[in-house]
Design a protein. Sequence first.
Length: 192
Amino acid sequence: MHSPPCLMCPQYTELGRLRELYPPVPIIALTATANKRTVADIISQLKLRDDHAAFTQSFNRTNLRYIVHEKKGSLIDNIVSSLQTKYRGQAGVIYCHARRTCEQVAESLQKKGIVAAFFHAKMPTEEKDQTVRDWQAGEVPVIVATVSAVFVSISCFFSTLLSDCVRHGYRQGRWFVVSWSISCLLFITGCA
């Protein structure tokens, strides 16, 4: 469930000043998975006019397949096993919550023979651009990115939280061709 945006980003509450400073200028608000409470908060905070238009659609993405696996041994070994068997030859993104974790996971995968690179906001622009080009060219099939650095389609991705699988899978299912089948993998401890 979403928290109201004002709780996630204090600067968000200042956006309503745009209506005061520029009354005739149209304002658009876009959100991927906001619940009714969050939508109401957005309308209030942005001071949208009573005659504003709202467009919604289902968040159900029929091209997404959520798969839960019991984690056996190390998470890296589980990821490597999946990449070398079921997802062999496919491109993918592994999401992490921290930049340092992205770097560590990419390095661990490389040590296990997986061609992988990390991607996060603190990388120099040239390095980010090269990583994307390498991924698009198929030279680096696996990108390990922070959850806020979503930039490419996925064939599969790995996370530690079910909410991440749903949220990031939703984004990918929305951004890319519906006929593409996208697997969203979650490794958990203690499935029994």
